[in-house]
Design a binder for this molecule. Sequence first.
Ligand SMILES: [Zn+2]
Length: 55
Amino acid sequence: MQDEPGTPFFTTCDRCDEPFEPETSYPVVTDRSNGSIELYSFCDEECRSEWKDDA
Ligand SMILES: [Zn+2]
């Protein structure tokens, strides 16, 4: 598979490093608190809210 420029591909959860299943959608968070836009992806909603609590 080839990566297309500008298209974010997520392969693992940003919190627990759980590998993602292909062709499955996962929760994504956009964080622009540092003045630049960062994208984070998570294996499920629970991980996303846990990550927000950690931040
Ligand atoms: Zn996770």
